[in-house]
Design a protein around this ligand. Structure first.
Ligand code: NAD
Ligand code: UFG
Length: 343
C-alpha cells in the first residue's frame, strides 16, 4: 500500500521500529519528531534496514502553527500514528505540568489538524498503566481504569477520553488505541533499538547496561511480592511484534473493518514473567553473568500485570511471535552495537 502515514515520535524507540515495519509493507512515511528523546541518526538505521529514507520534519507538535503549516504541505496523509510523548513515570511526578502540557497539547493539536485536513485514521500509543493493579488477571480491555499512579498514567487515561469524545463528534474519524504492556528488545539487525538517556528506569536496558559494565549491579526491586518467586510480574513484549500490530491497525481502518469509531486493544504476549525470570532468561540466552542484588520495592510499582490478548488475536489477527530469550538476545546485541559505536 503506498499510502502516506504520519508517524509522530518516529525516531523514538517504538516509533522507529514501526516506521521500519510500515516501510517494509510499502507504506510511505513522514516522521515528525523534535528529538527531545531521540537522535537524527536513527534515520540512518531505518534507511539501512529498509533501503528507503522516510521524510523527516523536526519540530514540536505542541507548536500549533508549525503543525498547521505541516498539514498544508503534506496534503495526502492517510493516517497518523501518534507515539510522541514524554514517558518517564518518575519524572512525571516531579514535573506534572510538563507532562500534561506535552502529552495532551500534542494530542489535541493533531486531532484538530485531522478534522480540518480530513485525515481519517488515528492510532494512539496507550499503556497498560491505565489498569493500575487490575482486580483480575490476565486483564482485558473491559477492565475499569484504576486511579493512575502518576501524571504520566493520567495523561494516557485522559488521552483515551479525549480521543473517544473527538471520534464521537466527528463522523469521518476512526481511531485505535493500543495499550502496550512492557515493550523490550531491538530490531534483529541491531541497527535500531532503545536509546535511554542517563540511568535507565526500565528493567531490560538496566540489565544490558549492567552486563556491559556501564552499571555496577542491577537492583531487583522487591522479592516479597505475592508471586511464585516473590519478584514482580509483567508482560514483556518484543518491540518488533508490537510494531507489527500498528501496521495491522492501520490496514484495518483503511479496509474499513473497524467495529466502532474507537477500538482498544491490549498488546502483550498474554504471559507474565517475573523479574527473576527475566534475569535468568537473559543469562541463558546471552551467556553473560549478571551482578544483581535484591533491594526494597520501588514506590508505585504494581505486583503483577499481564494481558488478556484474546481480543487483539481475534479482531486484529495479530499475536506476538518472538520468544523471550530471542528478544533479550536482541536487546543485548543492540547494547553491544551501542558500546562499539561509542568506542
Ligand atoms: P521514546 O521517548 O523513545 O519516543 C518518543 C519520541 O517522541 C521521541 O523521539 C521524542 O523525541 C518525541 N517527542 C516527544 N514529545 C514530542 C513533541 N512534543 N513533539 C515532537 N516529538 C516529540 O518513547 P517510546 O518508548 O518509543 O514510546 C512511544 C509511545 O509509547 C509513548 O507515547 C509512550 O508513552 C508509549 N508507551 C511506551 C511504553 C514503553 O515502555 N516504552 C509503554 C507504554 C506506552
Ligand atoms: N525493575 C527492577 N530493577 C530495575 C528496573 C525495574 O527490579 O532496575 C522491576 C520493576 O520493579 C518492575 C519490573 O522490573 O517490577 C519492570 O519495570 P519497568 O520499569 O521496566 O516497567 P514498568 O512495568 O514499571 O513500566 C512500564 C513502562 C511504563 C508503563 C508501564 C505500563 O516503563 O511507561 O510499563 O505497564 F506505564
Amino acid at each position: 500500500m503506498n499510502k502516506l502515514i504520519l508517524v509522530t515520535g518516529g525516531t523514538g524507540y517504538i516509533g522507529s521500529h514501526t516506521v521500519v515495519e510500515l516501510m517494509n509493507e510499502g507504506f510511505d512515511v513522514v516522521i515528525i519528531d523534535n528529538l527531545s528523546n531521540s537522535e537524527k541518526s536513527v534515520l540512518n538505521g531505518i534507511a539501512e534496514i529498509t533501503g528507503r529514507r522516510p521524510f523527516f520534519e523536526q519540530f514540536d507538535i505542541c507548536d500549533k502553527k508549525r503543525l498547521h503549516d505541516f498539514f498544508r504541505i503534506y496534503k495526502k496523509l492517510d493516517s497518523i500514528i501518534h507515539f510522541a510523548a514524554y514517558k518517564a513515570v518518575g519524572e512525571s511526578i516531579e514535573k506534572p505540568l510538563m507532562y500534561y502540557q506535552n502529552n495532551l497539547t500534542s494530542l489535541m493539536n493533531l486531532l484538530e489538524g485531522m478534522i480540518e485536513f480530513k485525515i481519517p485514521h488515528f492510532v494512539f500509543s496507550s499503556s497498560a498503566t491505565v489498569y493500575g493493579q487490575p482486580d483480575q488477571l490476565p486483564v482485558n480491555e473491559e477492565a475499569p481504569f484504576k486511579t493512575a499512579d502518576s501524571p504520566y498514567g493520567n495523561t494516557k487515561q485522559i488521552a483515551e477520553e479525549i480521543i473517544r469524545d473527538t471520534v464521537n463528534a466527528n463522523d469521518n474519524l476512526k481511531a485505535i488505541s493500543l495499550r502496550y504492556f512492557n515493550p523490550i528488545g531491538a530490531h534483529s539487525s541491531a541497527l535500531i533499538g532503545e536509546l535511554p538517556r542517563g540511568v535507565p528506569n526500565n528493567l531490560v536496558p538496566f540489565i544490558t547496561q549492567t552486563a556491559a559494565g556501564v552499571r555496577n549491579e542491577l537492583k531487583i526491586f522487591g522479592d516479597d511480592y505475592n508471586t511464585p518467586d516473590g519478584t514482580a510480574i509483567r508482560d514483556y513484549i518484543n518491540v518488533v511484534d508490537l510494531a507489527k500490530a500498528h501496521v495491522v491497525s492501520i490496514k484495518r481502518m483503511i479496509e474499513q473493518k473497524s467495529k466502532s469509531d474507537l477500538e482498544i486493544f491490549n498488546l502483550g504476549t498474554g504471559k507474565g514473567s517475573s523479574v527473576m525470570e527475566i534475569v535468568n532468561a537473559f543469562e541463558k540466552s546471552t551467556g553473560e553473568k549478571l551482578n544483581y542484588k535484591i533491594v526494597g520495592k520501588r514506590a508505585g510499582d504494581v505486583e503483577s500485570v499481564y494481558a488478556d490478548i484474546t481480543y487483539a488475536n481475534k479482531e486484529l489477527g495479530w499475536k506476538a511471535e518472538i520468544g523471550l530469550e530471542e528478544t533479550l538476545l536482541s536487546a543485548w546485541n543492540w547494547e553491544k552495537y551501542l558500546r562499539n559505536k561509542k568506542r
